[in-house]
Design a protein around this ligand. Structure first.
Ligand code: FPP
Length: 277
């Protein structure tokens, strides 16, 4: 549920307020997930080193989170560092990203407190360096009692490895409790995901124009609306989050059904004749 009485719409920019006022309050998403992409290309376009793209990307993380908090979005999940990033990027870039994460958490903690943002993480975070894990724990503990937007950073995250981890935990539980395999339900799998405490995303945004899911929240996005923008992540702001939400509100969500405009299904007389032989 959207928290009541805590919205700080007056702090939106004029452009943001114009888009926000066109939104239907009863159809705001509960959970927005974002694949932040294009830091390197943003830097390349300006003949800058890639790390400057990441640095600028960290600013977008903060500004988008603050807009999310101002409109009272309960859940925002950002794909900040994938398992593949960890394995396939040059060591120097990986260690820069880890240093950037630490300094990001440290320098934005007060802003997170001022904006009532709670920080959490998903992913194989236990495999990150101890100093990074310490800073992460520090930020999540400091913000644990905040009641506004929960910002979940996916770090050392992969959707398939999340499922592997979930199945490992589920099979251990089944052995302990002597549960036969045919009793496994979707709910059992959901309970063992990193995101067990979070509703599935209503909206998934990807920046920089790529039409890929890149191993992000594979189970959770079964019925999620996808919005792709050509804009690179370092240029993405709260305004663009609101524009994505406006686009989302123009869609009709069907969850595999027929949708509201579809009325009664008329039988095709030809098909009936064929079926009757
Ligand atoms: C993709 O850009 C972006 C990432 C590696 C993940 C996002 C990381 C940040 C926004 C950095 C800061 C994050 C936090 C939480 C402090 P890319 O390098 O793949 O871009 P490219 O495809 O244009 O090369």
């Amino acid at each position: 549920m959207y928290p009541s009485g805590t919205l700080r719409i007056h702090e939106l920019t004029d452009e943001e307020r114009a888009v926000y006022s066109s939104l239907k309050p009863e159809r705001l998403p509960e959970h927005v997930a974002i694949i932040m992409d294009g830091n390197g290309r943003w830097a390349g376009q300006r003949s800058l080193k890639r790390f400057l793209g990441h640095q600028q990307g960290a600013k977008s993380v903060q500004l988008v989170t603050e807009t999310a908090s101002r409109i009272g979005l309960p859940w925002l999940t950002l794909y900040a560092f994938s398992l593949e990033n960890n394995l396939r990027r040059p060591r120097a870039e990986v260690s820069f990203l880890m240093r950037l994460l630490k300094s990001y958490l440290e320098s934005n903690l007060q802003r997170m407190m001022d904006n009532n943002v709670r920080i959490r993480y998903i992913g194989r975070t236990h495999d990150l360096a101890p100093d990074v894990q310490e800073k992460m724990a520090w930020a999540s503990e400091a913000t644990a009692r905040n009641t506004g937007t929960t910002l979940t950073l996916a770090l050392n995250y992969g959707g398939r490895s999340e499922l592997v981890d979930a199945f490992r935990r589920l099979t251990t539980e089944m052995k302990q409790k002597n549960i036969p395999p045919e009793h496994i339900s979707e709910e059992d799998i959901h309970r063992h995901l990193y995101t067990a405490h979070i509703p599935d995303p209503d909206l998934l945004i990807r920046t920089s124009g790529e039409m890929r899911i890149s191993n992000f929240l594979l189970w959770q996005i079964a019925y999620t609306e996808i919005y792709v923008t050509d804009r690179y992540w370092p240029d993405f702001r709260g305004l663009h989050l609101l524009q994505a939400i406006a686009d989302f509100q123009r869609r009709e969500r069907r969850y595999g059904g027929l949708g509201e405009e579809c009325g009664e299904v008329e039988e095709d007389p030809e098909r009936i004749r064929l079926a009757a032989g």
